[in-house]
Ligand binder design. Structure first.
Ligand SMILES: C=CC1=C(C)c2cc3[nH]c(cc4nc(cc5[nH]c(cc1n2)c(C)c5CCC(=O)O)C(CCC(=O)O)=C4C)c(C)c3C=C
Ligand SMILES: [Fe+2]
Ligand SMILES: [Fe+2]
Length: 319
């Protein structure tokens, strides 16, 4: 098959269309209705979502989005930059799509298939696979293919946390930051959490996060007590993967740790969970508990080393 007919689709989670309660409500309704994301019994969750979450959460969360919004949501702005850079770099068409919100994955797949691409390489931008993220992308692909008679060849990159090029890009970004600002007493690797129960039922995401951080720390030659791994972004009353990022920073602040740098290797693009939750909320928590200096090391975003890494990861899998 000639490579002219192949296209690459980068997929990220998604974001609201605007930082307004109405747009955030539409986004959260789609996102939180996915059984991959919230595994509660369907009938109960249908009503809990509509009675207790959608009437209240969007108003609060829209204010948080407003605090990080530029011309658009950061995750969409970064996705566009990543896509443009990779499209220039590779011989194939590169597009991006979101699992929830705009631009939706089925519409992008339709457009590419209708334009005659007979092979689609799908790269979910989650370095560590979880059923709740990459699994949900696979569900969308399956639903989409069910509606088409001619289905193009599909390649899915399940994850890439163990790929040398990505580990190097992460280590390089942290090294760069420390060269510019000096090292902190502690480097905290904070990953988005999932409910503990998903892990008990077989999702090995937590293990992949620990191993990712281990590879990056090894690449940087960090001492054992100079770094730690935590999980952020809890939602709802259940137990999530721990230790928790906010509790750890609070504990450290109170225990005399003076300076911390936080990096979030699970996020390929900066978004609400890094710019607001880490760089604003968790900064406050650490400083309020007694810490003196807090820095957030940005996601890889469209850094040239990230684009190089993604280009290699893609090129190795092109038909
Ligand atoms: C309710 C359950 C959730 C699971 C499970 C979950 C897993 C998960 N999420 C990401 C990446 C992102 N999540 C983002 C926002 C976000 N996540 C949840 C809930 C779950 N996530 C909610 C409700 C929200 C929206 C904000 C809020 O209401 O608090 C984002 C940011 C999107 C943006 O617009 O900037 C990302 C990215 C991963 C990697 C993951 C499991 C591994
Ligand atoms: Fe999330
Ligand atoms: Fe959050």
């Amino acid at each position: 098959m000639s490579s002219e007919k192949t296209a690459v689709v980068l997929v990220n989670l998604g974001t609201p269309d605007a930082p307004t309660p109405g747009a955030v409500r539409r986004y959260l309704k789609q996102f939180l209705s996915d059984p991959r994301v919230v595994e509660a019994p369907r009938f109960v969750w249908f009503w809990v979502l509509r009675l207790f979450i959608l009437p209240f959460r969007p108003k609060r969360v829209a204010r948080l989005y407003a605090s990080i919004w530029g011309d658009d949501s950061p995750i969409r702005e970064v996705s566009e930059q990543q896509t443009r850079a990779l499209d220039e770099r590779l011989d194939v068409t590169v597009r991006y799509a979101m699992t929830y919100g705009y631009p939706g994955l089925p519409a992008v797949l339709d457009e590419l298939a209708d334009a005659g691409h007979d092979h689609l390489l799908i790269l979910p931008l989650y370095p560590q696979y979880s059923g709740s993220t990459t699994g949900a992308v696979i569900d969308v692909l399956a639903d989409w293919s069910r509606g088409r008679r001619e289905v193009p060849g599909l390649t899915l990159i399940k994850d890439y946390w163990q790929h040398d090029a990505w580990v190097d890009a992460m280590a390089d970004s942290i090294r760069d930051f420390r060269d510019q600002h000096g090292a902190a007493e502690k480097l905290l690797f904070s990953f988005h959490g999932i409910p503990q129960r998903y892990q008990e039922l077989g999702d090995r995401y937590g293990e992949r996060c620990l191993r990712s951080a281990g590879l990056i720390a090894e690449r940087l030659g960090l001492e054992e007590d100079a770094w730690a791994v935590t999980f952020q972004s809890r939602f709802g009353p259940q137990e999530w993967l721990n230790p928790y990022t906010d509790k750890t920073l609070e504990e450290w602040g109170g225990a005399g740790v003076r300076s911390v740098q936080v990096v979030c290797p699970g996020f390929a693009a900066d978004c609400l969970e890094t710019l607001e939750e880490i760089d604003s909320e968790n900064r406050e928590i650490f400083l309020h508990a007694g810490g003196e200096s807090f820095a957030y090391i940005p996601a890889l975003n469209a850094r040239p080393t990230h684009i190089d890494a993604l280009a290699r990861i893609i090129a190795e899998r092109l038909p």
